[in-house]
Design a protein around this ligand. Structure first.
Ligand code: GLC
Length: 554
């Protein structure tokens, strides 16, 4: 407890972050694609929720090979999303509401249509050649055996020069060469451009991949199943991030959160140790990597316990249960059966908002949006889904049904179906034809209906965020899991010297009773996920998928 109490106070530790996937948030002009004016139009919703920081997924000019994670011009807004004036108006409107904005920094790679890459591929002697990673082939094939994350080789042959370029994602996303100092200066420049405009920091896309191992050696056979682990944390990663801090970040009071894809928990601890001056927070993938419907609650709790221990006094966690690359949180970790969907979404919210770490809410989570009923591969848009289909089904390796089943459970488009605002056509997202089909359950699962209902998931989120804002113990208090092996209950305390809470969450359909240990006896109910709060007197009785926050004696 002393350890946590000693963690330094920073504005972003007390913040609640909301992630917007702009393509699917709100379409203001009826072209079927969400846009920045749409975001501005819906800020009241986020303000009523109590959001402090918005993370906006890429809004930059892009040919869209990976929905904007392939940037053609870092200083231009994607035309389908609007103009720079729309961006400025959006930022002004956020600031007026007391909200900050962080944007996506995608600098492991650019689009192959970025001017740098067009110059780079023009000639071996071009001054920009070395901005990317070019190699001669080996034995009539690619320079090494590296697979791309979405499938296929990580190398593409460029006919003009006869050399291959490296792309850890799609061929349209060539990797930048961070060993080139000029590349780094260009990146720092574009970061300053947005910080000077008033953004408050960055979510850093696959940031652990920026330093490549010297000589680009082949992966060993046992590394091929998880190439991201081999690509992450190259020898100069820490040095690059420290340089980025010295040259840019420390001059602004911003926040950074790195996508720690492929990074081990211990490496992630290093990246976020405040004494090292690298990242403020990192998204650790251990929780979301738990296999849907196979995971157990003790595994889930062990991961959270480990994250908390590793954060210790000098680190800080980013808490999240979903994002634009994951299935929906309620389908992954809750119970999306209609009878349990709302109760389980509330309990996941109770946990997310009471962990020691900055909570990140993904759009739609606050109304319990669930995985979508995809009928066929035609219903998917995602480049990963399409690559998987090509590589597995069209080549005859796996049956169509097996791959569809996997995509329904884990596909990224589950999180990308449009936001469900109301029961009007297309869930009020667009008056045109949405770029991705709206989940048909919008008729009964939508913001408008939940905003009117005090018993809704949305109302529970609002109350939780207000409570977290009012209670420093829920932000900075020490975390202790008091029963790590309980198969159905997650019971933990959050303590500051002057105030303490006990959180009890039932992750099962069965009613549970629980007697808390001495020293954690509830005095009053601070917040319950159900209208009928259980009594504070032990034993604690929890209906299926219910959760309660009790005050306990400090
Ligand atoms: C990150 C993004 C993902 C994207 C990939 C390549 O994982 O979250 O959406 O496809 O990086 O940029």
């Amino acid at each position: 407890m002393d350890a946590a109490a000693a963690a330094s106070e920073r504005w972003w530790k007390a913040a609640v972050v909301y992630q917007i996937y702009p393509r699917s948030f709100m379409d203001s002009d009826g072209d079927g694609v969400g846009d920045l004016r749409g975001v501005t139009a819906r800020l009241d919703h986020l303000q009523a929720l109590g959001i402090d920081v918005i993370w906006l997924c890429p809004h930059f000019d892009s040919p869209g090979a990976d929905n904007g994670y392939d940037i053609r011009d870092y200083r231009k807004v994607l035309a389908a999303f609007g103009t720079m004036a729309d961006f400025d108006a959006m930022l002004t409107a956020m600031t007026a509401r007391g909200m900050r904005l962080i944007i996506d920094l995608v600098v492991n790679h650019t689009s192959d249509e970025h001017a740098w890459f067009r110059q780079s591929r023009r000639a071996k002697a071009d001054p920009r050649r070395d901005f990317y990673i070019w190699r001669d082939g080996k034995d009539g094939g690619a320079p090494n055996n590296w697979p791309a994350i979405f499938g296929g080789s990580a190398w593409t042959l460029d006919d003009a020069s006869g050399q291959y370029y490296l792309h850890l994602f799609t061929p349209q996303q060539p990797d930048l060469n961070w060993d080139n100092r000029q590349v780094r200066q260009e990146v720092y420049d574009l970061m300053r451009f947005w910080l000077d405009k008033g953004v408050s920091g960055f979510r850093m896309d696959v940031i652990a991949f920026i330093s490549k191992p010297p000589g680009l050696p082949d992966l060993a056979p046992d590394q091929l199943a998880h190439p991201e682990r081999a690509y992450a944390c190259g020898p100069r990663l820490h040095a690059f991030l420290q340089e980025m801090n010295r040259e840019v970040l420390r001059l602004y009071d911003g926040m950074t959160v790195g996508e720690a894809f492929g990074v081990s928990p211990e490496q992630s601890q290093q990246l976020t140790d405040e004494r090292r001056g690298e990242l403020d927070m990192a998204f650790d993938f251990a929780l979301v990597d738990l296999e849907p419907s196979q995971w157990t609650l003790p595994q889930f709790k062990a991961i959270i316990g480990r994250q908390d221990r590793l954060a210790g006094v000098h680190g800080w966690n980013a808490a999240f249960l979903g994002n634009h690359d994951q299935p929906r949180a309620v389908s992954h970790f809750g119970d999306d059966d209609p009878a349990w969907r709302m109760a389980s979404a509330k309990t996941l919210a109770t946990v997310l908002l009471t962990l020691r770490g900055t909570p990140f809410i993904y759009q739609g989570e606050e109304i319990a949006m669930a995985n979508a009923p995809f009928d066929s591969i035609e219903d998917f848009d995602d480049v990963w889904a399409k690559t998987l289909w090509r590589e597995q089904v069209q080549s005859g390796r796996q049956s169509a049904e097996a791959v569809l089943e996997r995509l329904r459970r884990t596909g990224r488009d589950n999180a990308r179906t449009p936001m469900q605002w109301s029961a009007t056509p297309n869930g009020g997202f667009s008056t045109g034809k949405p770029w991705l089909r709206v989940n048909p359950d919008y008729a009964h699962v939508n913001v408008e209906a939940q905003a009117r209902d005090e018993g809704s998931v949305l109302a529970h989120y609002r109350r939780l965020i207000a409570l977290r804002r009012a209670e420093p113990a829920l932000v900075y208090g020490a975390f202790e899991d008091i029963d790590p092996s309980h198969p159905d209950l997650f019971v933990y305390t959050r303590r500051l010297p002057n105030k303490a809470f006990l959180i009890a969450a039932n992750f099962s359909r069965r009613a549970q009773t629980y007697v808390p240990p001495p020293g954690a006896t509830p005095t009053t109910v601070a917040l319950s996920s159900a209208a009928s709060a259980p009594s504070a007197a032990p034993p604690i009785c929890l209906e299926g998928w219910r959760s309660v926050i009790f005050e306990i004696r400090a």
